[in-house]
Each structure stands twice: as structure tokens, then as C-alpha cells.
Design a protein around this ligand. Structure first.
Ligand SMILES: [Zn+2]
Length: 313
């Protein structure tokens, strides 16, 4: 009896640290290119550039960020992580940036979210195991890109670009030209409905961003959410965002209030083919209606330009 307890305690002691460490399911996408699906938060990616590594997104929290850094070290033979590109300032993508800063990586984002991201990185969760608390001399710096940045080493040609506000105000994608691999953040998802309820969402801008990306040859896509690899989510997400926008434009033009929108979205003529009208879909439509209403109101409030007086000769 006693020995059984000893064995049980021994197994519990073994299991405790293992369960506390977040896991990252790693997939190799090409030579020197990987993607990972952590237990918590959005998918991430990384690739070798020169003698270091560039990561895309940082996981949901510092512990996940550290687990991603461990997976990066294991897959690349311990190459240093030079930078992490944060696709946007949502916590499930950016929460782990603190661990990357502590590891000495530069933090790169779109300029409209630089302050927001720095605040997120500096926000301490406390605890002796916090990666930045452990390094009091580390002073994180966030670097911002306004529209485009290119990083080349003769093997990988990495293009980071901003296509305008879409899923949020500061979405960036990372495209590896030679490998035709696209890290798309939350602009597209595989097998899931895009999330359109961010307070800074721009549904029309999102449609334009995905239309621009439809011209880019993509063999493998790493979306923030859903399966890593397939590219089908690119067209599916574009079709969904377009359909939601059409509904939002129609509902706002008809002057519907939120209550009516909630009813009308279930009407047969407003159903999206092949899509169940879930609560999530209704919330997406309501969010798109809110933005469209604001745009219409802003347009109405802008005084029409007065015709220029012809110059006297
Ligand atoms: Zn997001």
C-alpha cells in the first residue's frame, strides 16, 4: 500500500511541471521555415534569416512565448531570435511578446499600434518566473513599419506588409516570396468564421486587403486560427467578409436599428449560402453594421466642398 502511494506521489511530481509548461505543436513548412500551434492563443511561425531567426507572432502570454522560443531553439539548432513581427495587437497573438523582448528580440509591428504593443509588453504579470522581471536591465523597444518592409539574405525573401485597417487597425502579413508561404494573422482563417468584432475593425478595408492578397501566389498559408498549411481559407474568408459587408450596407441603407438587424439577418433572403446563422455570425453582421453606420454619419456630417471661385483674370 505504502509503495503505491510513493509511486503515485512520484508520478504527480513528474506530471506537475510537465502540465505547467505550455506545448507547441510544430510543423516544418519548408527549409528553414516552421509554424507552430501553441496550446493557447493563435498559431505562430518562424524562419531562418541570415544567422538568426525572425518569428511571426508571440503566443497568448509570457509562458506560451517562452514555450515558442524553446520550440524555435529546438528546430533551428539554437539560432538567436532577432525579431518578432506581431501581426496585430490582439492578446492571443501579442501577449507573449514580453518573453521575446526578454530574449533580446526586436519587436516589430504596424505603426498605428506601436504604443499599444509597448504597453502590452511592459505590463508585468508579476511572479519570479516572469521573463522580463528576471532581466531588470532589459528595456524593450517596439519598432514600427508604416506600409512595407523587406528582409533578404539570399535564401529567404521576406516581405512584411500592411494593407490598411481590416481585422483590426494594424494588421500586417509576412510573405516569404521564394517559398510562397503567407503568414496572414487574422485576415483569414482555415475552417473558421473570421472574427469581425474588434472595436477597430474595418470590414470594407478587410475586403480590399483580401482582394489584394488574392493576387499573391500562395502555396502554404499560416492563419492565426485553424489548420496550418491549406490556402482554402483565403478565398473562404474573403467570400464571408464580402457577404457580411453586403448585408451591412443593405441594412444601413434601409435605416434598420440593431433589433431589426438581429431579426432580418435570419430572413431567408439574407442567409449566406452554406452558412449556419450562428450567434457569432449575427455579432459579426452587427459589428459591420455599426462601422457602416459610422461611415455614413461621418459622410453626412462632412460639408460638401464649396465650388472654387473662378480666378479673376
Ligand atoms: Zn485578432
Amino acid at each position: 500500500m505504502k509503495s503505491r502511494w510513493v509511486v503515485t506521489l512520484f508520478l504527480l511530481a513528474l506530471a506537475a511541471p510537465l502540465s505547467a509548461q505550455p506545448r507547441v505543436h510544430v510543423e516544418k513548412l519548408a527549409d528553414g521555415v516552421w509554424a507552430g500551434a501553441p496550446d493557447k492563443g493563435a498559431n505562430v511561425g518562424w524562419f531562418v534569416l541570415g544567422d538568426g531567426v525572425i518569428a511571426v507572432d508571440a503566443g497568448a502570454d509570457a509562458a506560451t512565448g517562452e514555450a515558442i522560443l524553446k520550440a524555435i531553439a529546438e528546430s533551428t539548432g539554437g539560432k538567436p531570435v532577432r525579431a518578432v513581427v506581431i501581426t496585430h495587437a490582439h492578446g492571443d497573438h501579442a501577449g507573449g511578446a514580453r518573453a521575446f523582448a526578454a530574449a533580446g528580440a526586436r519587436i516589430i509591428c504596424q505603426e498605428s499600434i506601436a504604443g499599444q504593443l509597448l504597453a502590452l509588453v511592459l505590463q508585468s504579470k508579476g511572479g519570479a518566473d516572469d521573463p522580463l522581471t528576471a532581466k531588470p536591465n532589459a528595456k524593450p523597444v517596439v519598432e514600427a513599419i508604416s506600409e512595407r518592409s523587406i528582409m533578404v539574405d539570399g535564401i529567404h525573401d521576406a516581405q512584411v506588409f500592411f494593407l490598411g485597417a481590416a481585422h483590426s487597425k494594424g494588421d500586417m502579413v509576412v510573405y516569404l516570396v521564394n517559398d510562397k508561404i503567407l503568414f496572414i494573422g487574422d485576415l483569414a482563417a482555415n475552417g473558421r468564421m473570421p472574427f469581425m468584432q474588434s472595436p477597430d475593425v474595418d470590414p470594407d478595408g478587410w475586403e480590399r486587403a483580401l482582394a489584394a492578397l488574392s493576387h499573391v501566389p500562395v502555396d502554404k498559408m499560416v492563419p492565426g486560427h485553424g489548420q496550418i498549411g491549406p490556402t482554402s481559407g483565403l478565398l473562404e474568408s474573403a467570400a464571408y467578409v464580402h457577404a457580411v459587408n453586403q448585408l451591412a450596407h443593405k441594412f444601413v441603407a434601409a435605416g434598420m436599428n440593431d433589433e431589426l438587424v438581429g431579426i432580418q439577418v435570419h430572413a431567408p433572403e439574407n442567409q449566406i449560402k452554406g452558412l449556419e446563422t450562428s450567434e457569432e455570425h449575427v455579432l459579426n453582421v452587427k459589428a459591420a453594421v455599426r462601422v457602416e453606420r459610422e461611415k455614413v454619419a461621418k459622410k453626412a456630417a462632412t460639408p460638401a466642398p464649396t465650388p472654387a471661385t473662378p480666378a479673376k483674370k
